[in-house]
Design a protein around this ligand. Structure first.
Ligand SMILES: NC(=O)c1ccc[n+]([C@@H]2O[C@H](COP(=O)([O-])OP(=O)(O)OC[C@H]3O[C@@H](n4cnc5c(N)ncnc54)[C@H](OP(=O)(O)O)[C@@H]3O)[C@@H](O)[C@H]2O)c1
Length: 281
């Protein structure tokens, strides 16, 4: 089963399906990532905020795979947006992972109510990391259209990706349309809404007819829409199940019914990026 690659605007490419490690206990992370690599995942999404970069690096190093066979993303934590702090935080991310580079480094949240609303100097600092090739690609996460417009007006680099909450209950279509129009790849976080969409009658009915699980139906729907996804699981059967997406397709009418589940803002399960101002202690 081969995972398609998505071409990014900087010449690099990213496997469309990966493995997310948010909320995996640091002590369990290496084991979960080892399992994912065994199944065939070659793209891992972590963040400094998750506290488990070390486990990700350990599993990849133990796997016998070459570093360039696994695509690794990490993200800048909210407390380190000032340029000098971002430089030190990025050094720590590489040290925790045990790597000389990451494939993709993101600003985790725009934090428009903090740092006098200045995420632009943070972005210019990420440009340095790309320039010295310690981050092969750079991007953002949770950026709304106005934040992306500001980067476009004030900096030279269009983010390679924008990682946003996106699942059948929150299509996030305005941001996705902006991404698409500007060559920014859309990554969908919480692609199954942390399990919340799996009991939906529309999803279970389609799954029953397709002879697939609800999670497979939703993940396949994302893939067909061009979204990059990295479902999280610590359960070996689910890790395998979530990878088995490339030997079936959804009927167009079913894909439309899933898109019709959109609840707009009411469907958001995570924080609103306009307001989110969490600072790690
Ligand atoms: N940039 C951001 O701000 C941001 C925010 C959130 C997430 N993310 C990224 O996106 C990744 C995925 O999002 P997420 O972890 O929030 O949620 P998710 O992948 O939508 O859902 C994970 C939850 O669903 C369960 N699950 C997984 N596969 C399943 C299956 N086949 N059947 C039934 N249940 C299943 C998992 O349980 P078990 O683990 O118990 O099996 C876990 O509770 C994260 O790990 C992280 O890398 C980024």
């Amino acid at each position: 089963m081969s995972v398609p690659n998505i071409e990014l605007n900087d010449g690099h490419s990213i496997p469309q399906l990966g493995f997310g490690v948010f909320q995996i206990d640091p002590a369990q992370t290496a084991e979960a990532v080892r399992e994912a690599l065994k199944v065939g995942y070659r793209h891992i999404d972590t963040a400094e905020m998750y506290g488990n970069e070390r486990g990700v690096g350990e599993a990849i190093q133990d796997s016998g795979l070459d570093r360039d066979e696994v695509y690794v993303t990490s993200k800048l934590n909210n407390g380190f947006h000032r340029p000098d702090d971002a430089r030190a935080a990025f050094d720590r991310t590489l040290a925790e992972l045990g790597f000389e580079y990451v494939d993709l480094f993101l600003i985790h949240w725009p934090l428009p109510t903090l740092y006098d609303g200045d995420f632009v100097s943070t972005w210019k600092t990420l440009e340095e990391f790309r320039h010295d090739r310690r981050a092969r690609s750079i991007g953002v996460s949770n950026f709304q259209v106005e934040h992306l417009e500001r980067l476009a007006a004030e900096t030279d680099t269009v983010p390679a990706v924008n990682q946003i909450e996106l699942h059948p209950y929150l299509l996030n279509e305005e941001v996705r349309a902006y991404n698409r129009a500007h060559g920014i790849a859309t990554e969908a976080w919480s692609p199954i809404a942390q399990g919340e969409v799996l009991d939906d009658a529309v999803i279970t009915e389609i799954a029953g007819r397709a002879g697939r699980t609800p999670a497979q139906v939703v993940l396949r729907w994302h893939i067909a829409r061009g979204n990059i996804v990295f479902p999280k699981s610590v359960t070996p059967e689910r890790i395998r199940e979530n990878f088995e997406l490339f030997d079936f397709e959804l009927e167009p009418a079913d894909a439309e019914r899933i898109a019709g589940l959109d609840r707009g803002e009411a469907g958001r399960t995570g924080p609103n990026p306009e307001e989110f101002a969490y600072m790690p202690s």
